[in-house]
Design a protein around this ligand. Structure first.
Ligand code: RB5
Length: 150
């Protein structure tokens, strides 16, 4: 079942390396009738991923967007930045099986994609699985509750 919430857009952020894939994903989501809110970057000019990851993370934590999709070349820089926020569970996924488990087991609220290591069609498959897979709860909730640093 879809995790998209009525009236709440999907957040998007990337650096220059993820800019093109971000646009492809935004177009795909919009073609599916899913609203997006783009936190940048807005060009292929070299930039620093934290400048876009932090505003996106804050918006997820505030409930202004849900879920979010974040992209950089490897997925590591942007994912590391997002996961500094206590309310963020950002999962780096390069195969749909990972996106499914990131939702089922980790209740991931940000899908992180490595633009330099994933084909656009695989990235879209990951997006589809991620937004259509629910958290299993149960034993996984107990584990998630232990993640934040108090
Ligand atoms: C940019 O060249 C690249 O370093 C960045 O997109 C990302 O892969 C960093 O983790």
């Amino acid at each position: 079942m879809s995790i998209i919430k009525n009236g709440v857009p999907v957040g998007l952020c990337s650096d220059h390396a993820g800019f093109e894939l971000k646009n492809i994903i935004a177009g795909y989501l919009e073609s599916q009738g899913i609203a997006t809110k783009d936190f940048g970057t807005f060009s292929a000019e070299s930039c620093d991923y934290p400048d876009f990851a932090h505003p996106c993370a804050l918006a997820v934590e505030a409930g202004e967007v849900y879920p979010a999709i974040a992209i950089c070349g490897t997925g590591n820089g942007i994912g590391i930045t997002l996961n500094k926020h206590q309310g963020i569970r950002a999962a780096l996924c390069w195969a749909p099986e990972l996106a499914k488990l990131a939702r089922e087991h980790n209740n991931a609220n940000v899908l992180v994609l490595p633009s330099r290591f994933i084909a656009p069609e695989t990235a879209i498959e990951n997006v589809n699985v991620f937004i259509n897979t629910e958290f299993e709860g149960g034993r996984h909730q107990k584990r998630i509750d232990k993640i934040p640093v108090k």
